[in-house]
Design a protein. Structure first.
Length: 146
């Protein structure tokens, strides 16, 4: 299947297709935008470009991200969007072969599949689905925080 950047949310590992990762950043100042959904942390200035920052774990229903020295913002490029995903850590790049990937259950729209890696499982994210879902929730008036 290809190369993936591994990101950690809590104790779980996720894979993001490397071709969609623009960069991995340490925490930068984030400006909160009132009236946006709670999973939208705000916006940041990345080398002169203003980008939205989403707490990926919070979007997935996990507890809000606590910032520490391992926290990263993974800048991902979708079809129409470039956005920052706040994650607990971005660990490394792995190469995953098709034979090592099993389909994800149909009830999990965010995943393309599950990859076996040694004794671990890496959940492969469906980038376009994650971006579309967050965009749709913003438009539909997802619960907001001020």
């Amino acid at each position: 299947m290809g190369k993936f950047v591994t990101v950690r949310l809590g104790n779980e590992q996720y894979g993001v297709p490397i071709e969609n990762v623009q960069s991995i950043e340490t925490i930068k100042p984030i400006t909160r935008i009132p009236g946006t959904p709670a999973f939208v942390k705000g916006v940041m200035n990345l080398r002169g470009t203003v980008l939205g920052v989403v707490d990926l774990g919070y979007l997935f229903g996990l507890k809000p991200n606590e910032l520490n020295e391992d926290t990263r913002i993974v800048i991902v490029n979708g079809d129409d969007d470039t956005v920052g995903w706040l994650v607990d850590a971005a660990d490394n790049v792995v190469d995953i072969e098709d034979k090592d990937i099993q389909p994800a259950s149909e009830d999990n729209e965010f995943l393309l599949g599950l990859a076996k890696r040694n004794d671990d499982v890496l959940a492969i994210l469906d980038l376009s689905c994650v971006l579309n879902n967050s965009r749709n929730q913003i438009r539909s008036g997802y619960p907001v925080s001020v």
